[in-house]
Ligand binder design. Structure first.
Ligand SMILES: [Zn+2]
Length: 394
């Protein structure tokens, strides 16, 4: 199983429609929660949560929904309230099992979400067999998605393969709306990669140098944001967020400063995470066989000079993402032995020479061939002898 999440590209009308559906779901959930609590005061009703919720659902569809003031509910898909009651059942069963706190009322503040699903079948529940294809919505590899019971919506990023799913969750974070759904990994067809094989040198100067000539860098905004952050920290170097030991209460300014600091760090992390995710996706789409160096990252972090740059570029993260995207994009990730002298070898004549870390250009002492250090290393990785190469497993 694979989960896919994409941001929806909504116009104002669609935005308010989504808001309306989310409000409907919230209403139903809270309605059910209130009624189940009220039903406990009648001691002569002796049934479990699940049956109680079924009875409440009947009241909802046969009485409440038919009242004229609730006429607006009819314009929304029925799967929305169905899934709200299912959520409520799950919430109660988790609470009974001691896995979660008592179900709380949904509030608008905590981000909205609702589910829709294709109905020509039974809603999937635990222990039931997988559903036949007829119950599924086919997503035909474009930048549009048809949500069951609703119309077609645009996506900000296309889904570039044909897949299908039954249940779709639509959620809101801040002012952005997302759709997520699960697909079977086996159903993703193998992709055609325009490039057969490349070597990738993960570097300090450049995030990744690829042997086909491309280069991925961290956006310069990180540098700017970092400078801003260190300035901020220097200016506030004496600020202390209170001290219980000394009985000092945190000042308002100190509190404001620490919130600002956390926000800045989050922003930097987001930029980093985003860049790496985009890079690994782009590589996996373009190239069939990706060869990377087996880096001794823990050894490099021990070397203090390299520590910041290494943790910055998250070598491990790049490798992890490339490896797990293998199944998704049909790529092959290969790890080149750590003792292979990729940066010390001439990519033309094979001459091996000592290279200082500060040498940014490789200049061969035998054949005079000159090339950027990282570029040279990436070509060497691409052409590494097979006995020094092993395939990466997730
Ligand atoms: Zn040479």
């Amino acid at each position: 199983m694979f989960a896919i999440k994409r941001e929806l590209k909504l116009n104002n009308f669609e935005r308010s429609l989504m808001g309306g559906i989310a409000g409907f779901k919230r209403f139903v959930y809270n309605y059910g929660l209130e009624l189940i609590r009220a039903s406990w005061s009648f001691e002569d009703i002796q049934v479990g949560d699940s049956l109680r919720i079924d009875a409440i659902k009947k009241v909802f569809t046969q009485v409440t929904m038919k009242k004229p003031e609730y006429g607006w509910m009819k314009k929304y898909p029925s799967t929305v309230y169905q899934s709200a009651f299912i959520d409520l059942k799950n919430a109660f069963s988790r609470w009974r099992k001691g896995l979660a706190a008592f179900p709380r009322k949904k509030s608008k503040k905590k981000g909205d979400s609702f589910r829709v699903y294709k109905t020509s079948g039974v809603y999937p529940s635990k222990g039931k067999p997988a559903l036949p294809f007829t119950n599924r919505v086919v997503i035909d590899g474009s930048n549009k998605i048809k949500l069951p019971g609703l119309k077609t919506f645009r996506l900000k990023e296309r889904i570039d393969f044909i897949c299908s799913s039954q249940t779709f969750t639509i959620s809101r974070t801040a002012d952005r709306w997302f759709v997520s759904f699960a697909i079977d990994a086996q159903k993703i067809p193998p992709q055609m990669h325009p490039i057969e094989k490349v070597g990738v040198d993960l570097g300090v100067k450049c995030l990744a140098t690829v042997s086909d000539g491309t280069c991925y860098t961290m956006p310069t905004t990180t540098k700017r944001a970092k400078t801003k952050l260190s300035k901020l920290q220097w200016r506030n170097r004496n600020k202390v967020l209170g001290s219980k030991k000394l009985g000092i209460i945190a000042s308002k300014n100190a509190r404001k400063y620490y919130i600002k600091l956390a926000k800045n760090y989050a922003r930097l992390r987001n930029i980093r995470v985003n860049t790496i995710a985009q890079m690994t996706t782009d590589l996996s789409r373009r190239v069939y066989c990706i060869r990377i160096e087996d880096l001794n990252v823990s050894g490099m972090i021990a070397n203090h000079k390299l520590a910041s740059a290494v943790s910055d570029h998250c070598f491990y993260e790049v490798r992890r993402q490339l490896v797990y995207k293998q199944a998704h994009y049909g790529t092959k990730v290969e790890i080149v032995d750590r003792w292979f002298p990729s940066s010390k070898m001439c990519s033309v004549c094979g001459h091996i020479q000592a290279m200082k870390l500060s040498d940014r250009v490789f200049c061969c002492q035998r054949c005079n061939y000159t090339l950027d250090r990282d570029k040279n290393a990436s070509i060497n990785l691409e052409n590494a002898p097979d006995k020094l190469v092993r395939s990466a497993r997730p």
